[in-house]
Design a protein around this ligand. Structure first.
Ligand SMILES: Cc1cc2nc3c(=O)[nH]c(=O)nc-3n(C[C@H](O)[C@H](O)[C@H](O)COP(=O)(O)O)c2cc1C
Length: 417
C-alpha cells in the first residue's frame, strides 16, 4: 500500500506540496556577511534533490541590527521592490532550493530579546527590543544569572515606532523573497522570538493595543500577516511556526484563541513546535521534565497531543508537526491519527539530505525506513552548566556543523555515543 506520506497537500493560496515531508527550518550558521552565499546555495541544492515535499530555509532575520546568531542571513535595509542587485543574490538562493521543483519557503524572524549581544549590528552594549522589559531568565542560580547577563542585554520596551518598523521589516523581507522567486514565507512565531514574545503573557506586559488580552497580544502578528498579503502575489504562501501549550496550563485556551484569529486571517499553514532559548523543548530538552502521557511518549513526535487538539478545532487548517520524527512508521502514525497534514523533519535532514527518498521507498520495510539518532554528547567541562541549555546548544552546533559538511561535499556523520 502506498504511504500516506506520498500524498500531495494543497494550501489555501493554491501552492501544492508534492508530498507530506517538509525539511524543517534549521539555522545554517553559514552567512558570514549576513547575505546568502555559495555555501548556503550548495547545501540547499543537496536538499533540492532529496524528494522533499517542501523545503523551509533556516531563519532569515528581518533586521540586520537584530540577529539570532552572527551568521544569519538578513535584510540589510528597506526593500521596496526596486533593488535589482539584492534580488539577484536572493534569486540564486531560491533557484538552488527549488532546482528540482520542490517549493521552498523562507522562514522570516526577528529575535527581539533573544538576540545575543554580539549578534546584530546594533552594538555589543546596546539594548535588545521586546514587547516589555522582561530580561532573559535561564534559571535563578548565580551561574545562570551570570550567563544570561553576559549573553543578552536588558531589553527595552518597544515604542509604537519600533513596532511599526519591525512590521515593515517583516513585510519588506517577505516581498523580497517573493520577488526572488521563493514560494512563500513562514513567520517564526515560536521558540521565544519576537512574535512569540508578543503572543506570550509572560513576555508581553503591555497595556496598549498590542497587549493585555490574548487578542491584543496577537495584533502584532496579525498586522504583519495582513500587510504582507498586500505586497505579495495571491499564490505566495504565508505560514507560521507556533509554540504549543500544555493542555493543563492556564495559557492553553489563550493560545487556542490566538490560533483561531490566525485561521480567520487566512494563514496558509501552521507548524506546531515548542520551547525557547530559556526552555529548549523543541530539541527534546525541557527545563522541567513534566512527564508526557503514555500515548505521546509511545510515539516519536514531541508535540502530538497539542496538534490533535488544534486539528479538532480547525479541521480545515493545514497543520505541520515538527520535532522527534525519525522513521516512516512514526510519521505515518501521526498522519493516520489525523494529528497533522505535514511532517517537519529537522536533524535527520542534516544527516541525510535525501531522507524522504528513504522513507518513501516502498521496497524497504519499516525497520529500515528510519534514521534513529543518539543525543549529541556534551563536553565534560560543560556538564556543570545548565543541562537543558547545554544539551540543546550541543545539538544545534553539531547539526549546523553537518550542514556545513554537506555544503562542502563531505560525508555527514550521525552523533556517536
Ligand atoms: C541546527 C539547528 C538549527 C535550527 N534552527 C532553527 C531555525 O532557524 N528556525 C526554527 O524554527 N527552528 C530551528 N531549529 C529547530 C528545528 O526546526 C526543529 O523544530 C527541531 O530540530 C526539532 O525537530 P527534529 O527533532 O526533527 O530535529 C533548528 C534545529 C537545529 C538542529
Amino acid at each position: 500500500m502506498p504511504s500516506p506520506l506520498a500524498d500531495s497537500v494543497k494550501l489555501p493560496c493554491g501552492l501544492v506540496f508534492p508530498n507530506r515531508l517538509s525539511k524543517a527550518a534549521m539555522a545554517e550558521l553559514m552567512a558570514k556577511t549576513n547575505q546568502p552565499n555559495d555555501s548556503l546555495n550548495d547545501a540547499y541544492e543537496q536538499w533540492s534533490q532529496g524528494g522533499w515535499g517542501s523545503i523551509l530555509t533556516g531563519n532569515v532575520q528581518v533586521d540586520v541590527d537584530h540577529l539570532g546568531s552572527p551568521f544569519d542571513p538578513a535584510l540589510h535595509g528597506e526593500y521596496t521592490g526596486d533593488d535589482k542587485t539584492v534580488v539577484k543574490e536572493w534569486k540564486k538562493y531560491a533557484d538552488a532550493c527549488q532546482k528540482h521543483g520542490t517549493p521552498a519557503l523562507v522562514q522570516i524572524c526577528h529575535p527581539g530579546r533573544q538576540s545575543f549581544r554580539p549578534a546584530g549590528r546594533r552594538g555589543f552594549f546596546a539594548q535588545t527590543i521586546a514587547p516589555s522589559e522582561v530580561p532573559m531568565n535561564i534559571g535563578n542560580g548565580l551561574l545562570e544569572q551570570l550567563i544570561a547577563c553576559v549573553a543578552w542585554s536588558q531589553p527595552r520596551e518597544m515604542t509604537r515606532g519600533d513596532i511599526e518598523k519591525a512590521i515593515r521589516c517583516f513585510v519588506d523581507t517577505a516581498r523580497l523573497m517573493a520577488d526572488a522567486g521563493f514560494s512563500g514565507v513562514e513567520l517564526h512565531g515560536a521558540h521565544g522570538y519576537l512574535i512569540d514574545q508578543f503572543l506570550n503573557s509572560k513576555t508581553n506586559l503591555r497595556t496598549d493595543e498590542y497587549g493585555g488580552t490574548p487578542t491584543k497580544r496577537a495584533r502584532f502578528v496579525l498586522d504583519i500577516l495582513r500587510e504582507i498579503r498586500k505586497v505579495v502575489p495571491p499564490t505566495f504562501a504565508i505560514g507560521i511556526k507556533l509554540n504549543s501549550a500544555d493542555h493543563s496550563s492556564s495559557t492553553f485556551e489563550e493560545t487556542m484563541t490566538q490560533i483561531a484569529l490566525l485561521v480567520d486571517a487566512g494563514i496558509d499553514f501552521m507548524e506546531v513546535s515548542g520551547g525557547s532559548y530559556e526552555d529548549p523543548q523543541m530539541m527534546g530538552y525541557a527545563k522541567s521534565e513534566t512527564p508526557k502521557s503514555e500515548r505521546t511518549a509511545a510515539r516519536e513526535a514531541f508535540f502530538l497531543e497539542f496538534a490533535k487538539e488544534v486539528r479538532q478545532r480547525h479541521p480545515g487548517l493545514v497543520l505541520m508537526l515538527t520535532g522527534g520524527f525519525r522513521s516512516r512508521a512514526g510519521a505515518e502514525a501521526a498522519i493516520r491519527d489525523g494529528a497533522c497534514d505535514l511532517v517537519g523533519i529537522g536533524r535527520p535532514a542534516a544527516i541525510d539530505p535525501k531522507f524522504p527518498l528513504l522513507l518513501l521507498d516502498e521496497s524497504l520495510d519499516d525497520e529500515k525506513a528510519a534514521l534513529p539518532l543518539e543525543k549529541v554528547p556534551t563536553p565534560f567541562y560543560a556538564r556543570w552548566l545548565p543541562r537543558n541549555l547545554i544539551g540543546a546548544g550541543a545539538e544545534s552546533t553539531y547539526y549546523a556543523g553537518q550542514i556545513s559538511r554537506m555544503s562542502r561535499g563531505l560525508a555527514t556523520l550521525a552523533p556517536a555515543l
